[in-house]
Design a protein around this ligand. Structure first.
Ligand SMILES: Cc1cc2nc3c(=O)[nH]c(=O)nc-3n(C[C@H](O)[C@H](O)[C@H](O)COP(=O)(O)OP(=O)(O)OC[C@H]3O[C@@H](n4cnc5c(N)ncnc54)[C@H](O)[C@@H]3O)c2cc1C
Length: 381
């Protein structure tokens, strides 16, 4: 009924209503909850979003905004009988303004595409949620997502300068702008950041970019005792070094990562500290040198230095994904498996079908999988 009415009112709109089509939208990264929506729709413009919001209001039907469904707080889980408004077809980068250090994009753009567009302009978009190859920038704003670089650079909120939001009434709100010193009045955008889609549908974002750091260095320190890793963290911060990444992996997490990636991490270690410095090359060298010294001083069994930026990036990505996987997994007898097994996200962010077969390009893989990299590429100090 709802589906046929939507198709009649919006002839060019992509709508899903068959049970097998709805299943992938009945859960998100939280995985322990599930609820089938009535319909899933994919708006391609703000105007279409407005009309859909008005349609839902007139039909008194709940509307649940959704990006890529990687959220870990159940935010994009449907409520019974709802319309899921999936924003992934609003996926255009509208402007990279290198003179004002800003980027404007539709809400469904994949986070990594934002980071790449900034990089292509010689700039840097720091927030790097572990899901960035899949998550959308609208989902990041709605969740105020962080990432490994949060310690030095902050989270998504720190980079959102403006938002375009469709309110429940169908009105379009534009909040914020490019002018840094435009400070008068309420900062309404902050209300929507982290609101998990409860206050409106984000259709566009204006993001702050910063100059790209000239150099980056990633280090891994391995410890026999967790306290030694904690003491290293305290020593680094006390020495007024703010690494862009300072992540602590305990033994459970190390083994989760190792089970999954076979990266060669030491399973017997009590803790691993992942450290990354970025900035001016001379400052990065010095900080990396000092962090190595602090790690050794506090009992690190060994300190490993990534030789290339790509190695460092992969080490960070593995850690981020590993941290996520330390959470309980979906049970094998989950009802969804009757219809089709849940997909699995590998350490490069590629999506696998989850049925034991290797991923194919049809599995919505975002980039060819580069294969596993041996930890022997890393040099030890
Ligand atoms: C492997 C993995 C690693 C992760 N790593 C991190 C991490 O490092 N840091 C971190 O903070 N999170 C992380 N997450 C959680 C998740 O990826 C983020 O919260 C991400 O921002 C969600 O984006 P999404 O596009 O998938 O949004 P969804 O999961 O689809 O939606 C998330 C919430 O945002 C709302 N929403 C989505 N789009 C819009 C929109 N356009 N307008 C209004 N509301 C909207 C939804 O209703 C929902 O409440 C990780 C998840 C996975 C699976």
């Amino acid at each position: 009924m709802m589906l046929s009415e939507l198709r009649r009112r919006f002839p060019s709109l992509e709508c899903l209503g068959e049970e097998e089509d709805l299943i992938p939208y009945s859960f998100d990264g939280t995985a322990i909850c599930r609820q089938m929506p009535a319909v899933v729709v994919f708006p391609t413009s703000t105007e279409e979003t407005v009309e859909l919001v008005k349609f839902a209001a007139a039909a008194r039907t709940p509307l649940v905004p959704r990006g890529s469904g990687t959220g870990l707080s159940g935010g994009s889980l449907p409520v019974e009988g709802c319309i899921v408004l999936c924003m992934t077809k609003m996926n255009r980068i509208l402007e990279v303004d290198a003179r004002n250090l800003t980027l404007r994009a539709e809400a469904g753009v994949i986070t990594e595409k934002i980071a790449r567009a900034a990089e292509d302009a010689g700039l840097f978009y720091p927030p790097d949620p572990g899901s960035m190859k899949i998550s959308t920038i609208g989902g990041n704003a709605a969740e105020n997502s962080g990432g490994l670089r949060g310690l030095k650079y902050g989270v998504t909120r720190d980079y959102v300068m403006g938002l375009e939001v469709v309110l429940a009434s169908g009105e379009v709100l534009h909040t914020g702008g490019k002018c840094v010193k435009d400070v008068a009045g309420y900062t309404l955008r902050d209300l929507f950041i982290g609101s998990e889609g409860t206050l409106g549908v984000i259709t566009g974002v204006l993001l702050k970019l910063i100059p790209r750091p000239a150099a980056r260095r990633t280090l891994l320190a391995v410890y026999d005792r967790m306290e030694e890793a904690a003491d290293t963290v305290s020593a680094i911060i006390a020495a007024k070094i703010i690494p862009c990444t300072l992540e602590f992996l305990d033994r459970t997490t190390i083994n989760c990562i190792e089970d999954y990636t076979h990266a060669g991490l030491p399973r017997d270690a009590d803790a691993i500290l992942l450290m990354e410095a970025d900035g001016h090359p001379a400052a990065v060298e010095e900080e990396a040198h000092r962090m190595t010294a602090f790690a050794k001083e506090h009992g690190a069994r060994c300190v490993t230095v990534a030789q290339t930026a790509e190695e460092g990036r992969r080490a960070c990505l593995r850690a981020a994904l590993g941290l996520r996987r330390a959470r309980p997994r979906r049970a094998d007898n989950h009802p969804g498996r009757r219809h089709g097994p849940a997909r699995r996200i590998d350490e490069d962010g590629a999506i696998h079908p989850g049925n034991g077969r290797a991923a194919s390009p049809q599995d919505r893989r975002l980039r060819p999988h580069g294969g596993r990299e041996s930890s022997s590429h890393l040099s030890r100090e």
